[in-house]
Design a protein around this ligand. Sequence first.
Ligand code: SF4
Length: 410
Amino acid sequence: MHFEQTFPRRQTRQIMVGDVPVGGDAPITVQSMTITKTADHEATLQQIYSLAAAGADIVRCTCNRQEAAEGLARIVPRSPVPIVADIHNNHRMALAALEAGVHCLRLNPGNITDPTKIKLVAQEAKDRNVPIRIGVNGGSLDSSLYDPDVGVTPEAMVESAMRELSYFDEVDFDLVKISVKASSVPLMIEAYRQMSEATDYPLHLGVTEAGPPPAGTIKATAGIATLLAEGIGDTIRYSLTADPVEEAKAGRQLLEALGLRERKNVDLIACPSCGRAEIDVYKVANDAMEAFEDRKIPLQVAVMGCVVNGPGEAKDADLGIAAGNKRGHLFVKGENVAVVPEDEMVDQLLDWALYLHEEGVEATMDRAKSTRAAARKAAEEDRARNLDERGEDANASEAAVELIRNRTTS
Ligand code: SF4
């Protein structure tokens, strides 16, 4: 007999973070945060792809200055997962992040306290249909709610979120999710319990500054798992002092351990497609998903729309294919191994995946011995042609950057 425990989930509303539903009956999602400088968009994208491959459904990037907002304008069109902009003290950065096209904002009510500014951001988010996470943090609670005699209380944290909600109400904005994180596990557990009684907005769970693993992982798990087992929580993030890939993995593993997310066979990642794409990425990714579906191939496989950025962005994947000029460039761990006709891309991907899974990386590289040099050359040709035809700014990111500059300097 097979025992299967399920945890009845508290009913919440559902919002969309990009194309990822959060709340309601949507699967509980895993989030993580980049630690690169957002202004360095290539390094940040590289990390976002690594996080997506490790199981992150949504990734947050800091947006603390104009250069970071400009980075977001270049990151968002090429990110494989929705991007949340983390806003600190400056509401103009929230407006700039919206201009960059982010899928969600995170505001800390303890940092931006002026109702006029909060409402301005909420109004603009509403106009663009972009949700906001109200991110209360026990360590940076609004000073007007902090009582030095008793310290931070769950009630004060909930009050902070409710106050922010009332400003949002004034502009009729309700695309909201809420977090009431603290570094103390008992405090955050109680704050989330109270929050879940007070509203039906989706909740983002986390223990802040949990520290390095393994102690940090245990601490975060204690808080997050307790709440999930009570049916509280719609999206989670481990805040570890470690490579963020560890955060994404831990989040994924916790959900799988609790039976809240299915274990996967192949881990298929696909780029979102953008102005550089040379194929219909959605179609190829769906066809690949179908082809891999019933096979037990526990590899990370990437489907990428162009050879300009595809192999680099997905270099952590075990295997991938990037579209070129009516052909597909197969790569293993970021190294070009073969070129295949466009209409054989999915079949070849499956064939190489089977080989890689059964024989290993070394044997696969050996198999590609006679094709690697030509594959690299063909990829270079298609890369140059794409850049030549579509220019350096295929996603018109620079136009968004111009708007951000106007926003932050006017
Ligand atoms: S088409 Fe190329 S640049 Fe665009 S998202 Fe896909 S891999 Fe990245």
